[in-house]
Design a protein around this ligand. Structure first.
Ligand SMILES: O=C([C@H](O)CO)[C@H](O)[C@H](O)COP(=O)(O)O
Length: 428
């Protein structure tokens, strides 16, 4: 293998979409085409045979993730046209050995996937001894969401074996040069290509990046920076999808339409008609924070108005969410400051000083703790618990990316129901 191989993982559930995307990837320079595990589960061996029939000159990989009955699964994939069959490296040695025997019989190769292997360096060498042809240093999609670094595993195994090693797991134009520099002979890319609105362009850019290897220097941003960057890109709707519809506050509206805010919560518990704690919170919040106020659902007396808003802007605070009311709306709208409220009311209360800053509160049906992440836009406000903030944010980016491709297919003339194949996936 002289030139490193670019393998595109077709992790889709509809075969016609997979075939179209494969064609665009081939036009962009994809070398190998993988029938991804979701595609195989959804379409069966037809996924493999159709890819082979459509792209006969390309190496076809069947990502079976075999964990048992190695011989049967390898035989099925081989007879359907696969050139390489992926089995789980964590399977018992007997499964690997049977897979290798079947592969030799049917003239295909075995790639062992190191996903979730406990001791990858040792297992890599064992798998080589067992006769597998390729190893795949693979960080799964769910693992990527929790922040597992994809190239870490590659670095652990690359010097333990002599067979070619593939790198897989969230590889992009940015990280592919690092994979090659670390010694990967095959780069497997799924999401960065198949979710792109320009599959050919993304494939070409990754191909070009692979041809200019650069030493990998590890993740460049800290987690909070990454969370903020992603939340600035995605919408509250994307986050809600990522959270399986949990986290959305109810009963709020955006005072300044067209504004968006992202930040960590500074929580305030106060009582209807008492604006002391909300205003004191401005001095305790830092730039980029969001003040989230439980005002006892008071909708007739506002704990927030124009002067508090000016004070917030001076402090660089990102936004305010009030389970209650605000006033001075005309002035606040001129400032285009992101505020979400339950109601509008001209009455202010008194600065009595009841309540608390920095305690767990309930706001519009959601529990909010200090430091939880908040995203608000015209669709509403969603709270992301800080304990899962990184994971949820990464998943929201996946939702965002998936929609890029869906949008592109709608622009090409398909209906949403067709793209999603709704009738097929109705619950039986
Ligand atoms: O094997 C994969 C995954 O387990 C789903 O089947 C992916 O093909 C692999 O992770 C590459 O996809 P990305 O991580 O989206 O690049």
């Amino acid at each position: 293998m002289n030139r490193p191989v670019l393998q595109v993982a077709l992790d889709l559930v509809e075969l016609d979409r997979a075939v179209t995307i494969a064609g665009e990837a081939v036009a962009g320079g994809a070398d190998w085409l993988e029938a991804g595990t979701p595609l195989i589960k959804s379409e069966g061996m037809r996924a493999v045979s159709t890819l082979k029939a459509t792209y006969p000159d390309h190496t076809i990989i069947a990502d079976m993730k075999t964990a048992d009955t190695g011989a049967i699964e390898v035989e099925m994939a081989a007879k359907s046209g696969a050139d390489i069959v992926c089995v789980l490296g964590a399977s018992d040695d007997s499964v690997i050995a049977e897979s290798v025997r079947a592969a030799r019989k049917y003239g295909v190769k075995i790639m062992a996937d190191l996903i979730s292997v406990t001791n990858p360096a040792i297992r890599a060498s064992e798998l080589e001894q067992l006769g597998v042809d390729y190893l795949c240093a693979h960080t799964g999609i769910d693992q990527q969401m929790t922040g597992t670094d994809s190239l870490d595993l590659l670095l652990k195994v690359i010097h333990e074996v002599t067979i070619p090693v593939a790198a897989a797991g969230g590889i992009s134009e940015k990280t592919s040069p690092g994979a090659i520099a670390a010694g990967a002979k095959i780069v497997i890319v799924g999401g960065s290509i198949i979710r792109s609105s320009d599959v050919s362009g993304s494939t070409r850019r990754i191909r070009e990046a692979m041809d200019k290897p650069l030493p990998y220097s590890g993740p460049s941003k800290n987690k909070d920076e990454e969370i903020r960057e992603i939340l600035t890109l995605v919408s509250s709707s994307n986050v809600s999808d990522a959270m399986h519809r949990k986290g959305a506050m109810t009963g709020l509206f955006s005072v300044c339409q067209g504004t968006k805010a992202v930040g960590k919560a500074v929580t305030v518990q106060t009582f209807a008609g008492d604006w002391a704690k909300p205003v004191e919170a401005i001095d305790l919040a830092g730039p980029g924070d969001i003040i989230v106020i439980n005002n006892d659902q008071g909708t007739r007396i506002a704990p927030w108005g124009e002067l508090a808003t000016i004070s917030c802007i001076n402090r660089g605070i990102s936004g305010v969410v009030i389970d209650g009311a605000a006033r001075d709306i005309d002035d606040i709208r001129k400032m285009k400051f992101p505020i979400w409220v339950r109601a509008l009311a001209p009455n202010a209360g008194e600065p009595k000083g009841f309540g608390e800053i920095g305690a767990e509160i309930s706001c519009c049906g959601q529990t909010v703790n200090p430091g939880d992440w908040i995203i608000g836009d015209d669709s509403g406000v969603v709270v992301i618990p800080k304990t899962r903030a990184y994971e949820i944010t990464r998943r929201a980016k996946e939702v965002y990316n998936t929609e890029l491709r869906i949008r592109e297919e709608l622009h090409r003339g398909k209906s949403l129901s067709q793209v999603m194949n709704l009738i097929r996936w109705e619950k039986k």
